[in-house]
Design a protein around this ligand. Structure first.
Ligand SMILES: NC(=O)c1ccc[n+]([C@@H]2O[C@H](COP(=O)([O-])OP(=O)(O)OC[C@H]3O[C@@H](n4cnc5c(N)ncnc54)[C@H](O)[C@@H]3O)[C@@H](O)[C@H]2O)c1
Length: 379
């Protein structure tokens, strides 16, 4: 980006640095009562500007009345590339996230580092009084989920988790339609995600359980967040089987490459889910799919179609808001800060989606039916 864009953006959107102290509030009650001027820029930073962080940084840069004032990464190449992409904002650069948190010109921080670092960083960001957008999963162990959850509860700032799908079509409108009762009581969901090709081999941490939490925690939390919203609940019990059957590269890889789960939400509500990283190109029915079965009909979330009993053709779900869900989620994060609103994907949904994943992982590793009460006892 050249300097002209930044200058004109600031002219159009208002002034630079005055906003911050009004954005950081002393209590949740106070936050609800305090207003931030419409023209104030929010000063935002980001920790981790690899693959995902680069996309989030572009979304931050495109978000109205946001100025990128700080970037942190341990990789100098990533840091410099990111700085160049928001050159007009002249961000301060850091290699240590704690130094970034010492920087005063900062209201909100986005975290896009490997999963095992989320807990330490999210807690530090929240405890520093900043608003926090943390990539999913919230953490990769039950005690760490609890630590982030508690930090978000005591925080002056807001907490948003990076399960962005629910911010756009077809997920947002489909979930709202289901919650409004369009297919009656939901009794069953059939879901899967079968990825073509392999995870990127230049990111070693993605292949190691103790860094990514395994693929069920790193990736499937997106789906689990959606299922929990559809049922408006968390699973009671999960059984599952899985293996590392076909993929052994890069060296040190110890994550499952396929698994299936049988999930009991209680009260005669169940879910079947499968997930793999072994699919080849052009196999029918691969990719992601969610089919929701209700008393009155069935909703195909990905297709945005509702099939009612007795009807000869499906009704269509409204495909708004359209557009990139990451941009929608980031825009809403900054809007929530301005409007002193709780994000849709907050610490509650982040906690419940991650606990679903951790319960599923425990069932897979231990080869038995595991109850949520057991996992909660570990926290
Ligand atoms: N919401 C989504 O759709 C989505 C998509 C992809 C990834 N993600 C999540 O985003 C996160 C990052 O994934 P990625 O694919 O970008 O990984 P990545 O490896 O490409 O990027 C991680 C970055 O963090 C940096 N980093 C590592 N340790 C650091 C430290 N101590 N301090 C500062 N920077 C550090 C690395 O140098 C790298 O630039 C993960 O949590 C992942 O699950 C979310």
């Amino acid at each position: 980006m050249n300097g002209r864009k930044g200058i004109s953006r600031r002219r159009f959107l208002g002034t630079g640095v005055a906003a911050t102290s009004t954005v950081l509030l002393t209590s949740r009650a106070a936050r609800a009562q305090t207003t931030t001027a419409e023209t104030d820029d929010i000063r935002a930073g980001i920790i981790g500007v690899g693959g995902r962080g680069s996309g989030l940084l572009a979304a931050m840069n495109a978000s109205p009345r946001v100025r990128v004032t700080a970037i942190c990464d341990i990789d100098e190449n990533h840091l410099n590339r990111a700085a160049a992409s928001v050159e007009a904002d002249r961000p301060e650069l850091f290699k240590d996230f704690r130094r970034l948190l010492d920087f005063k010109e900062l209201d909100a921080v986005v975290i896009a580092t490997p999963c095992h670092l989320h807990k330490e960083m999210a807690v530090a960001v929240l405890d520093s009084g900043r608003h926090c957008y943390c990539e999913k999963p919230m953490a990769i162990t039950a005690p760490d989920v609890n630590a982030v959850y508690k930090a978000a509860k005591r925080a002056r700032g807001i907490f948003q988790i990076g399960t962005q799908l629910r911010y756009g079509a077809p997920w947002k409108t489909s979930i709202e339609a289901i919650q409004n009762g369009i297919i009656g009581k939901v009794v069953f969901i059939r879901g899967h995600r079968h990825n073509i090709g392999d995870l990127p081999h230049d990111r070693q941490w993605l292949f190691e359980r103790d860094k990514c939490g395994d693929t069920i925690v790193e990736q499937a939390v997106h789906e689990f967040d959606i299922y929990n919203q559809i049922f408006q609940d968390m699973p009671r019990r999960i059984a599952g089987f899985g293996s590392q059957a076909l993929r052994f590269d890069p060296p040190g890889r110890d994550i499952l490459d396929n698994y299936v789960l049988a999930v009991d939400y209680g009260n005669k509500r169940t879910l079947d889910y499968s997930h793999s990283w072994i699919a080849v190109d052009h196999v029918p029915c691969d990719g992601r799919r969610e089919l929701v079965y209700g008393e009155k009909g069935q909703l195909d979330v990905e297709e945005g179609k509702i099939y009612f009993k007795g009807a000869d053709r499906p009704e269509l779900v409204d495909m708004e808001p359209s557009g990139d869900t990451t941009q929608l989620a980031i825009d809403d994060f900054f809007r929530c800060i301005r409007e002193h609103r709780r994000p849709m994907c907050d610490e509650e949904s982040g906690r419940s989606a991650t606990l679903f994943a951790l319960l599923g992982r425990k069932a897979l590793y231990e080869g038995r039916v595991v109850a949520m009460t057991e996992l909660l006892a570990e926290m």
